[in-house]
Design a protein around this ligand. Sequence first.
Ligand code: ZN
Ligand code: ZN
Length: 309
Amino acid sequence: MRQGETAPKGAWIGSASGGVKAPEPIILPDPGLRFSRTAERLEQLADGHAAEGWLAFMAEVSRAQAAAAACPSTPRAPDQAAIAQAVAARLPPLAADGHRRDAAWREGLAVMLESFDATMFPPSAAATIAGLRRRDAMETERLAGAFLRGGVDPADAGAVFWIAAALQVYFTGLSATLRVGDLRLLERRDLCPCCGSTSSASVITVSGQNPGARYLHCSLCSTAWHHTRAVCIVCDGSRTLSLRGFDGDSGLARAETCDECRTYSKVLYEAKDPDVDAYADDLATLGLDMMIGEAGWSRHAPHPLLLVS
Ligand SMILES: [Zn+2]
Ligand SMILES: [Zn+2]
């Protein structure tokens, strides 16, 4: 199943009358929906938000990503034998730091930069885009490699923001070419079974095949994968977990803190709002990250676009 589709009629586990379906382990992304949905949700959340201008900017970035995702230069499907070999070895078949990138990702970057409407934002956005357009292919590839290996020079942060956004589009397109039946969850359940990256926020579902299940959403390729609830995604501990949020809020977002490893990850509840989006709502709840960070827990993994912006 791909995100956005209705749940298929799968095989039941247990009796037909009172059976419980096993959670679908991996849900591949639909690039045609992923970025446009995030853009719509960000536009909705921006209205009246304390960080309205910034969320509107991120919405426009998502719109530009949607334009790139819709362009015809989709990446070539990866080699089937290589996928099978990686999965058999419990390695991510599209490992972000080892995968040989198709030049198609730079076409996506060009479409993004072309379609982004910088006139609504401070001049620095247009200046960064102009600077990035002047860089040649080799330099752009070098920055992409630095981002995927986690070694970005702060001086390149403005350019790498856009490169990271384009790589999200590229890896989402690549993951969408995989077949879910060929994949397995990794031994490290906090890492994406397609590209090996860390997750954005997790979502507790209310609809689909597995209501009440927790899915982590890949920060790079947008794949969602199942993770047991009430278990720390970093250290697998369960003894000292707490759900923390602002008193009196809607309960849509909570930080699941773990005192064993002193980290937290953000959990979003579809039951509180069916339009919740793992990417948009993560950005719109940065106040929760700040509160939890000040109280001494570290986020389980950085946000790829905030890392460099
Ligand atoms: Zn991934
Ligand atoms: Zn932990």
